[in-house]
Design a binder for this molecule. Structure first.
Ligand code: FAD
Length: 558
């Protein structure tokens, strides 16, 4: 979870180039308001602006800005002009000498000044506090409630902006989204010294600004564990989908020192499902996010360590130890390993699709983009359950949803209950016998060329959103030379490795591999990554539990 910053205290800021005056204003402010407000003082416009930018990034509210009119490098009016850009709602006071009242009166229009105070302001009870009391009352009347959450400033057509949002959402990190076109988005960019060309900007609750962060940077900054606590474990689980989480719950609850390593966010494919209706025990369905959150908490409760945003790129055998290597070259070792790496979306092979991914073309990120599709025309490519679920989900907001399906109908590829829901939804239509031939758009998706596979005819349609669900493939190349896989990359286990009872080449034990065991003793597979697996949440969870049971058996014998 995101680290909670302490509650922000509303700030009163004062700037005067004369240190004695600056100290005196701050002293008087603290005397009356110090209990409820934080008083910040600066001795130049530039340093006050610097302080305001920092406060902005940290999300601290600023109620009143008091600036001296006559300052050498930057006048009070010039300062306030820039300060408004950062804190437009803060009340503004100019501190002037009697001789400068004319300029102060002019400033009322230029910078929308709330008040000018004449120096000296003695006694403050008469000349300073009544003014400030009024201004604070006005300020408090508006809603300035600030929640210390991560802020993301991005753009709808910035691919990295949408992957960052998805990463945070899937890891259950609360965040607030600002478009770089919105005034507040622009203010945050300015506070971080950015012009908006590099997006997204992520501001963590403690005010740290991250520009175009990697998943690893992001995970570490928002409080997700990325570094293993030990070098050696009983069990390393690779992949945090239903199979991996299932294995983590059973492994940790049965006393194994267990670590789960996830490349991106826990939940895997299931985490992207808007509604899983066929998982045992949830008659009303459950969203992938809910199921993931519960499973993750359950695994953590039993003591499983969960590392996020860490990709495993190698598996080595070191005597009895199984060594798991990360992308940065570091490694951990264990007695047993469970591979639960699932499958990844297959990419659409149509000209233009790769260039516009994240800019209108999405693979399975239907959930985070749903509200942005409000009132628009959406295309979904694919005819399996994942496409059907996305269609039902997106139809709630979109003007129309078109399912583009290569086959003559949905019957062969989608569960009956979903086909019924698709047919009953008035805003969903199905284009059977159709493929996406080309994807068009300069900076964002604008049009699609659809081809009817029966007639051969093509049609150009306007489209701003396309979600692709055309099957998935395992990403297991990194196991090449160690773990045996079938021609499509799915991992072979148990009986498939020992046809007609022959033991696999290099196998040194006198028993055959267990049912979910690979050609490396003590290395097991659970879930979608396994050859001939069922590709369902329930079977993935079940295999996770079973793999732990087999790992126990392996450990007892070794
Ligand atoms: C949109 C959608 C809807 C679905 N709806 C349903 C449904 O209603 N009912 C149902 O039964 N099934 C459904 N499924 C299928 C179901 O989600 C999968 O069968 C299930 O998630 C498989 O679980 P898994 O743990 O084997 O793999 P995955 O869920 O694919 O998880 C694998 C995880 O491993 C991680 N990983 C991969 N490689 C590495 C590596 N090298 N290092 C570290 N981590 C790695 C991945 O990032 C991923 O998080 C749906 C699938 C999708 C996409």
């Amino acid at each position: 979870m995101a680290q909670a910053a302490g509650p922000p205290r509303t700030v009163l800021i004062t700037v005067d180039d004369d240190p004695a005056v600056s100290r005196a204003v701050a002293r008087d402010l603290r005397r009356r308001y110090g209990e409820s407000y934080r008083v910040v003082r600066a001795e130049s416009g530039e340093s006050a602006l610097e302080a305001l930018r920092e406060l902005k990034l940290r999300g601290d509210p600023v109620a009143v800005i008091i600036a001296d009119y006559r300052m050498p490098a930057m006048s009070g009016i010039e300062f306030l002009e820039q300060a408004i850009d950062i804190y437009p709602d803060a009340r503004r006071v100019l501190l002037t000498a009697y001789a400068d009242t004319g300029a102060a009166i002019d400033a009322i229009n230029v910078i929308d000044l709330d008040h000018y105070l004449l120096k000296p302001w003695e006694p403050p009870e008469e000349k300073l506090y009544p003014v400030l009391d009024d201004l604070l009352e006005v300020w408090r009347a508006a809603d300035h409630h600030q929640v210390a959450v991560t802020k993301v400033v991005g753009h709808r057509w910035s691919a990295r902006s949408s992957t960052v949002r998805e990463f945070l959402a899937r890891n259950e990190v609360p965040y607030r989204w600002y478009s770089s076109d919105d005034p507040e988005g622009r203010r945050l960019l300015a506070a971080a010294g950015q012009d908006g060309r590099r997006l997204p900007l992520v501001v963590t609750p403690d005010g740290t600004a991250l520009v175009e962060p990697t998943d690893g940077d992001l995970a570490a900054r928002v409080g997700l564990a990325t570094t293993p606590a030990a070098d050696f474990y009983d069990l390393v689980i690779i992949g945090g989908g239903p199979a991996g989480l299932g294995a983590a719950v059973y492994g940790a609850s049965e006393g194994l020192r267990t670590v789960l390593v996830e490349r991106s966010a826990t939940g895997g494919q299931a985490g992207q499902s808007s509604r899983i209706e066929n998982y045992l025990g949830f008659p009303d369905g459950v969203s992938g996010a809910q199921l993931t959150d519960r499973a993750r908490r359950q695994a953590a409760k039993f003591g499983a360590e969960i590392l996020t945003a860490r990709e495993v790129t190698g598996l080595e055998v070191g005597g009895a130890a199984r060594v798991v290597r990360f992308a940065d070259g570091s490694a951990i070792a264990a007695h047993a390993v469970i591979l639960a790496t699932g499958v990844s979306y297959r990419q659409l092979d149509a000209p233009g699709a790769a260039e516009l991914t994240g800019c209108g073309v999405f693979y399975g990120s239907a959930l985070t983009e749903a509200t942005a599709c409000q009132g628009q025309d959406v295309y979904i490519v694919g005819g399996a359950n994942s496409a059907g679920q996305a269609a039902i989900f997106l139809a709630r907001n979109a003007k129309s949803v078109t399912l583009v399906v290569r086959r003559p109908s949905l019957a062969a590829t989608m569960s009956h209950y979903l086909v019924q829901q698709v047919e009953e939804a008035p805003s969903i239509s199905v284009r059977a016998n159709t493929v996406v031939e080309a994807v068009h758009g300069e900076h964002q998706l604008e049009r699609l060329t659809l081809r009817d596979t029966e007639t051969g005819g093509s049609e150009l349609v306007d489209a701003q959103w396309m979600f692709v669900f055309i099957g998935a493939a395992p990403r297991t190349d990194w196991l090449e030379g160690t773990v045996r896989r079938d021609a499509r990359g799915f991992i072979l286990t148990g009986p498939d490795l020992a046809p007609e009872g022959r033991l696999p080449a290099g196998w040194e034990l006198d028993r055959p591999p267990y049912h979910l065991e690979t050609n490396i003793p003590g290395v097991f597979v659970a879930g979608d990554a396994r050859a001939e697996s069922a590709k369902r949440v329930a079977s993935a969870v079940g295999e996770g539990a079973m793999a732990v049971m087999l790992a126990h058996r392996y450990l007892e014998q070794s």
